[in-house]
Design a protein around this ligand. Structure first.
Ligand code: ASP
Length: 592
């Protein structure tokens, strides 16, 4: 009851129960901060008022669980605590009961942040006694509650789809579950409810949603969890616009649940523009610094290194690092080393500095490459990049994809360094018109960019066989400050088109039938036009709740090695269990 007890309860007899956060013996009087999930309240025992209660208080230690009854009284002047809601009052109990004792904890609740993560996760239930840690799960609850209410009001129905299911097409590795009753057969845990939610449209449920647990066995990365939650939607008889509108309303409501206002509709940008201007398909729109195309200028210039790349079908682009002229030569060299690092992959980084002129000119150019350009070319570079005195231009010339990759990353690196990404500034943008296919150099074949059930633009259908790379789709991603929150698409509801997509993907009839046969069959029995979207809930809550770790917003997360330090999962099983499942273990080969 702690924080619901305020000065408004003065004089009333109340019962409070919770954990002893601190016990202070101050020369006779014992002060307890009693904590429950709403906050803390001060409980005081005075031996002269109630010796029986005091005897119990003398035994209290940190994290004991107690219940007290007594009147709410005002704290003496000067001893109020303005940092807590109940800071104006205290309780002198007339009764007290110890409900449970506690061992000394492996760490202190109020200093959990200093504790190593595996130890915190090993005792996650103790970590969650800390209010600042608990708040993320409270926010999660509020957000999910708001999303559910919004969708229910909009006529969506929440329907559960199987967890023991068949492999789904999201492109990651499946978690498999062996079947005991069907030896040597396996269920797959769903990577998403994709196929089932499409089937529900074929059943005639026009608006479906699910707060869906999904499982993907991917390589470990800092913020990846093997299981995660998606807000999964699907709608029939809709256009891309309808889905985006429903999603915007849902996202706005989720923000409101934790008192953040965002305006709808969100910005929209084509995938082509995102790549061309920001170098990636999830642009951070909190700052500008667009990639500027100078390929044509360079092709005609005398600077052979750039001219050759431009003439060979590559690109030459630049970003304008505003205020970058302040950088020392060493700083620029560091930027070049970064651009040429393995992660970035550039073969070089050229620069032109617009020094503030001491001779009354608008600026003075400094760079090893300016000598190669004519006045008119420099004027064009300056005009397109908007460069002014104090700026530095950074150029990369290479194949288009690499130029975008390097400058897109450099843009973010510089913005971070210059503090251009205010976490309080929220920029949501839809990236639309994604390409249908991505060419995979390794396997020398096309892969679906979103998934194979994505509908190509009507006027691109004819390119499915002749120019697969040029086929754009009704697929869209929602991006929040440079982070992908989720994505979806209008689906193919026509068997013929679906077959042609499989053919381009190199999936033959037998494989398609084996993997998605049940969906293909359903497409032939009156499938309505439909589409949907899925939002990664964990990441969404993480961003809204203002924390940097996805593990903070999951009650019992796995650590970065996909292990649960609390339960020790994954773990070995009994021989008997293995035999029941007809499984034999093979020792993994130790890699040299
Ligand atoms: N199933 C997709 C995903 O998990 C989302 C969608 O297309 O609705 O990414």
């Amino acid at each position: 009851m702690s924080t619901s007890i305020t000065a408004a309860c003065l004089g009333q007899d109340v019962v409070v129960a919770g954990w002893v956060e601190t016990a202070r013996d101050l020369g006779g009087l014992i002060f307890i901060d009693l904590r429950d999930h709403r906050g803390t309240v001060q409980v005081v025992s005075d031996p002269s008022r109630n010796p029986e209660v005091h005897k119990v208080f003398e035994k209290l230690k940190s994290e004991y669980v107690i219940a007290c009854k007594g009147p709410v009284t005002i704290r003496p002047e000067g001893s109020e605590n303005t940092s807590i809601k109940s800071g104006a009052i205290e309780i002198y109990p007339t009764e007290v009961e110890i409900l449970n004792t506690s061992k000394v904890l492996p760490f202190q609740i109020d200093t959990v942040d200093t504790v190593n993560e595996d130890l915190r996760l090993r005792y996650r239930y103790l970590e969650l006694r800390n209010e600042a840690k608990r708040v993320h799960l409270i926010n999660r609850h509020k957000i999910v509650h708001a999303i559910r209410s919004y969708l229910n009001d909009e006529g969506f129905m929440e329907i559960e789809t199987p967890i023991l299911s068949k492999s789904t097409p999201e492109g990651a590795r499946d978690y498999l579950v062996p079947s005991r009753v069907h030896p040597n057969n396996f269920y797959a845990l769903p990577q998403s409810p994709q196929l089932y939610k499409q089937l529900l449209m074929m059943s005639g449920f026009e608006k479906y949603y699910q707060v869906a647990r999904c499982f993907r066995d991917e390589d470990l990365r800092a913020d990846r969890q093997p299981e995660f939650t998606q807000i999964d939607l699907e709608m029939s008889f809709v256009t891309q616009e309808d889905i985006m509108e429903a999603t915007e309303g849902m996202i706005r409501t989720a923000f409101e649940a934790i008192d953040i206002q965002v305006e709808t509709p969100f910005l929209r940008m084509s995938h082509d523009d995102a790549m061309n201007f920001y170098g990636c398909d999830r642009p951070d729109m909190r700052f500008d610094m667009k990639l500027v195309d100078l390929t044509d200028v360079m092709a005609a210039s005398e600077f052979q290194a750039f001219a050759n790349i431009a003439k060979d079908g590559g690109k030459v682009k630049a970003i304008n690092y505003k205020g970058g002229a302040k950088l020392s030569r060493k700083d620029i060299d560091d930027l070049r080393d970064l651009a040429m690092s393995h992660e970035y992959g550039a073969k070089g980084l050229a620069w032109i500095t617009y020094k503030v002129s001491e001779e009354g000119k608008p600026y003075e150019l400094q760079s090893p490459i300016v000598k190669f350009f004519k006045e008119a070319e420099l004027a064009e570079i300056t005009k397109r990049t908007g460069a002014e005195a104090g700026d530095v231009l950074l150029f990369v010339a290479d194949k288009t994809a690499l130029v975008h990759h390097v400058l897109g990353k450099l843009r973010l690196h510089i913005a971070k360094k210059e503090g251009l990404m205010d976490p309080k500034d929220i920029k949501l943008v839809w990236v639309v018109d994604f390409p249908m296919f991505e060419y995979d150099e390794k396997s020398k074949r096309y892969k679906a960019n979103h998934h194979p059930f994505t509908m190509p633009h009507r006027d691109h259908l004819e390119k499915l066989e002749t120019d697969p790379a040029g086929v754009k789709t009704y697929a869209y991603d929602i991006v929040f400050n440079g982070i992908e929150l989720g994505g979806g698409s209008i689906r193919v509801h026509n068997t013929e088109i679906q077959k042609r997509i499989f053919t381009t993907l190199g999936i033959d009839d037998a494989t398609a039938k084996d993997r998605f046969g049940f969906l293909l069959e359903a497409l032939e029995m009156g499938a309505p036009p439909h589409g949907g979207i899925a939002l990664g809930l964990d990441r969404f809550v993480m961003l809204l709740s203002g924390t940097e770790s996805i593990r903070d917003v999951i009650a019992f997360p796995k650590n970065q090695a996909a292990v649960c330090p609390l339960s020790s999962a994954p773990s070995g099983v009994d021989q008997e269990q293995l035999e029941e499942l007809f499984l034999k273990l093979v020792e993994p080969e130790v890699k040299e």
